[in-house]
Write a protein that binds this ligand. Structure first.
Ligand SMILES: [Zn+2]
Length: 75
């Protein structure tokens, strides 16, 4: 299989608190051993908690040659 090389950009996905709209959610340091695993988060401003199957902030890559709305690549 031939190897292809593509230029990529890195993007941060942050999660704004649904409760106060001011803080961002950060992992509490606990990982729930479910399938898939989940991470409880707490708001940096109001302490509201939500649990996700992704840790925020998350970092994703997009191929430059695919345009601004290019395909998200998760590694
Ligand atoms: Zn909040």
């Amino acid at each position: 299989m031939p190897i292809e090389e593509h230029q990529i950009t890195t993007h941060e996905l942050d999660y704004r608190c649904d409760s106060c709209g001011k803080g961002n959610l950060r992992p509490t340091g606990v990982m729930l051993l479910s399938d898939p695993p989940k991470w409880p988060h707490a708001c940096t401003e109001c302490g509201a908690q939500q649990t996700f199957d992704t840790k925020y902030p998350a970092f994703v890559y997009r191929r430059v040659d695919a345009g601004a709305a290019g395909q998200r690549l998760d590694y």
